[in-house]
Design a protein around this ligand. Structure first.
Ligand SMILES: [Zn+2]
Length: 103
């Protein structure tokens, strides 16, 4: 989806409609797997050390097909910068879209 660089929008600081610049901001970091059940944590706690078959602490099963998922869309996160007061504000609600380009 194409997103314009400038829009007219209400500025809560100026309390009127002003020209505002749109800046695309990343939607934060992607969380990896939870580390509670990780082998690294187990080793730090003193488990899984020594010789022989460690059973539960020995190895991890391969990642299943269902666990491997890839989302094709992401919610947008736009930052509006007022051209008059230079203050910025984030959009309230993002919409899911695949690829975003600024004109
Ligand atoms: Zn303003």
């Amino acid at each position: 989806m194409k997103i314009p660089k400038l829009t007219k929008r209400y500025c809560p600081y100026c309390k009127k409609r002003t020209e505002q610049k749109i800046k695309l901001v990343g939607t934060g970091f992607q969380r990896g797997t939870l580390t509670r059940g990780s082998k690294t944590r187990a080793r730090l706690r003193g488990l899984g050390r020594g010789i022989g078959n460690k059973g539960k602490w020995g190895s991890k099963p391969p990642q299943t097909k269902f666990k491997r998922k890839s989302k094709t869309t992401k919610k947008t996160n736009m930052l509006y910068i007022c051209s008059e007061c230079k203050k910025s504000k984030y959009q309230k609600k993002g919409i899911r879209m695949g690829k975003q380009t600024q004109e």
